[in-house]
Design a binder for this molecule. Structure first.
Ligand SMILES: *Cc1c(COP(=O)(O)O)cnc(C)c1O
Length: 427
């Protein structure tokens, strides 16, 4: 079917809402239309017209080894001949569970699911069941998937499309979701003092990646740990994005704060649909069929998905590329900021592990409220100009950027050269 790009995009919009299967892919917040991908290789995407892009989206963080990494391709090739799904236990599930338990400190037991959304939705059910409380606290701009309970002040996709909340979420459900700004310890203490005994759990992206990249300030995660313990609430780190990116063992390892439950996704699937949630044996044994908190999935622990996930995690365990990833992200973020500032453009950036971010502003960004006050018009112009020159940054001012093991020094330098040209030519 050769419709050409214009024809394809037109047809896509006739066949699928907004032309896409996930809103942020539509490029609505930066204008214009998305490109259609033909293939990915290493740090590159190639579109259907043969244009090459250096990719900093990396399937929204999943591809920490880049596109079509040999070890992942080989694992998938091996598995696909043996069948795609059985609906019975497989060794691959045990292997993936074993890796997650080994790598993530607070996890003794896991349940594999098919997406990050499923992981957080199920973890919340578990938290409500064990505490016998209904309220949940999240932070504005924190994204925990698209289930009803979490679609309240939820960052990038929603913020970008300016849906303050979504139609279709029952008021009674949304009313059980409490929201505070990130990094505000005073408000947190006040809320727990007044309502602590009703809060089942606090869900937090320990490093916010769906409002742009926002780091926790010194003491914030510790205070969350202390308050939840004191009031009998569970602390849930949503590490769907930060898992295996912020550090080998995730944000909990990097910041030394141990949550009660962890949700995972993205990297653990190597580009296939996987999510997981885990925690102590005592909590996880409440999940059916060991316990009575129901959770299930026809394709959960799918053999192709576990093959890809195992291959990607095995590479990380054996090759320990975390220091290189960290310096690539740091050099990119600080390089871009330096070039922008040199061109008289306000910019501020940060990085942690293999995640990085920039905002068009003079001052540090500590919350979604501050992120929203940055110059999004400049971001849009920057995004467009870089894309025209073959560098693909996420099409929203409220997304973290990523690097993979394929983003070598030369790739970072090539990117910075593009940024230099874009800034010197003006946009
Ligand atoms: C991506 C993401 C999710 C949702 O995962 P899906 O696989 O898209 O459902 C949840 N939480 C965080 C922190 C994420 O970044």
């Amino acid at each position: 079917m050769d419709l050409g790009v214009e024809g394809m995009w037109k047809r896509a919009q006739e066949l699928m809402p907004g032309g896409v299967n996930s809103p942020v892919r539509s490029f609505r917040s930066v204008g214009g239309k998305p490109f259609f991908v033909d293939r990915g290789q290493g740090p590159f995407l190639f579109d259907t017209e043969g244009r090459r892009y250096i990719d900093y989206v990396l399937s929204w963080g999943a591809l920490i080894l880049g596109h079509a990494h040999a070890s992942v391709v080989e694992a998938l090739n091996r598995q696909v001949r043996l069948g795609t799904s059985y609906g019975t236990p497989t060794p691959g599930e045990v292997e993936l569970a074993e890796r997650l338990v080994r790598m993530v400190p607070s996890v003794d037991m896991v349940r594999l699911v098919n997406s990050g959304t499923e992981a957080t939705m199920s973890a919340l059910r578990l938290a409500r069941a064990v505490t016998n409380r209904e309220y949940v606290l999240k932070f504005s701009g924190g994204y925990h998937g698209h289930s009803d309970s979490f679609l309240v002040s939820s960052g990038s996709g929603v913020a970008t499309l300016s849906l303050p909340d979504s139609p279709g979420v029952p008021k009674s459900t949304a009313a059980l979701t409490l929201v505070l700004p990130f990094n505000n310890i005073d408000l947190l203490r006040e809320l727990f003092k007044n309502n602590g005994s009703q809060i089942s759990s606090v869900f937090v992206e320990p490093v916010m990646g769906n409002s742009g990249l926002i780091l926790p300030e010194e003491g914030f995660l510790d205070e969350l740990r202390a308050l939840t313990t004191e009031h009998g609430s569970l602390l849930v780190f949503d590490e769907v994005m930060t898992g295996f990116r912020v550090a080998r063992g995730g944000a909990e390892e990097r910041f030394g704060v141990k949550p009660d439950l962890v949700t995972l996704g993205k990297v653990i699937g190597g580009g296939l649909p996987v999510g997981a949630f885990g925690g102590s044996r005592e909590l996880m044994e409440k999940i059916a069929p060991a316990g009575d908190v129901y959770q299930a999935g026809t394709l959960s622990g799918n053999p192709l998905a576990t093959a890809a996930g195992n291959a990607q995690l095995a590479y990380l365990q054996e090759n320990d590329p975390f220091a290189d990833l960290e310096s690539a992200a740091k050099n990119l973020s600080s390089g871009i900021v330096e070039i922008l500032k040199g061109g008289g453009i306000s910019a501020w950036g940060t990085s942690v592990g293999s995640m990085w971010g920039i905002f068009f502003t003079d001052s540090p960004v500590r919350s979604f409220e501050e992120a929203k006050a940055t110059d999004q018009e400049n971001f849009t112009k920057f995004h467009k100009a870089c894309l025209r020159k073959g560098v693909f940054f996420a099409p929203s001012a409220f997304e973290a950027g990523f690097v993979s093991t394929e983003h070598t020094e030369e790739i970072i330098d090539e990117t910075l050269e593009v940024v230099r040209v874009v800034v010197s030519e003006g946009w």
